[in-house]
Write a protein that binds this ligand. Structure first.
Ligand code: G3P
Ligand code: MG
Length: 256
């Protein structure tokens, strides 16, 4: 069972912080998903929202703060006091952590209306080049076809995955044009036929963000390769429980 920690181990530590990434690594996740955007001074940082309010003790737009201004705020206190020293991490620091622990990163290129996709991609690519991390440890994903197309042009050796809440009618044309590696679908809107078509064409298939294993039991059978989840422990517990059930079943068969 392959699991990807969504925004790090975000049910146990503040999302998109080094603490959440370290907890995902300690838990044994081979993949971590994170969201990347630019600060006012064009530093790629790991943050989901356009504004600071939800996940920091600051306020306002991320794009109006320099990296140095941004890191004056706690990105962990909102979650629990023990994380008060966490700040919004740079992509550079996150790449160093991934390199050190040989964990794979799904870098979601987060585009909000008005963002400059090309600039984000160029700055992300520069940071990746400087990090000296193995390119096969990385995957770009985005809801923005434009951002993925820019990455295809400037960093073709890093795999690309399309994020879709619902698949568009021209999905396979888009995937082909982007020479995509994977399709990342919302687990609620993916159906068995779509999954079969994606797998039949040779793409990896991931689902976001199911936090209850029972909701995606069928999805594994449809061929989904990996779940992107805030709660990897729920899957491990469920797998252990079902393995226990199998062994108990075998014991009772042997005894009868
Ligand atoms: O990569 C899957 C997921 O992260 C996409 O949605 O809003 O959590 O970034 P969001
Ligand atoms: Mg994301």
């Amino acid at each position: 069972m392959q699991l990807m920690a969504h925004r790090g181990y975000s049910s146990q530590a503040p999302e998109n912080t080094l603490a959440a990434f370290k907890q995902a690594i300690d838990f044994g996740c081979q993949w971590i998903e994170l969201d990347v955007q630019l600060t006012a001074d064009q530093v790629p940082v790991v943050m989901h929202d356009k504004t600071l309010e939800r996940c920091t003790d600051g306020a306002g737009q991320l794009t109006e703060l320099t990296f140095s201004e941004l890191t004056r705020y706690s990105a962990g206190n909102w979650f629990a006091p023990e994380f008060r020293d966490e700040t919004v991490p740079s992509l550079a620091a996150t790449l160093q952590l991934a390199k050190q622990h040989s964990v794979n990163l799904n870098i979601e290129l987060k585009i909000y209306p008005g963002d400059d996709e090309t600039l984000l991609c160029q700055r992300v690519a520069a940071v990746i080049d400087a990090a000296g991390i193995a390119k096969d440890q990385l995957l770009f994903s985005s809801f923005s076809v434009t951002a993925l197309a820019v990455m295809q042009h400037i960093m073709p050796e890093i795999r690309r995955g399309l994020l879709w809440e619902t698949m568009p009618v021209d999905a396979f044309e888009i995937l082909e044009n982007l020479d995509a590696f994977s399709v990342h679908c919302h687990y609620r809107y993916l159906d068995e036929q779509q999954a079969a078509a994606i797998k039949q064409r040779g793409y990896a298939l991931y689902c976001y963000t199911p936090n209850q294993p029972l909701e995606v039991e069928a999805h594994w059978r449809w061929g989904v390769d990996m779940m992107i989840t805030d709660k990897p422990h729920c899957y491990v517990i469920e797998e252990t429980v079902s393995q226990d059930a199998v062994s108990k079943d075998a014991i009772s068969r042997n005894e009868s």
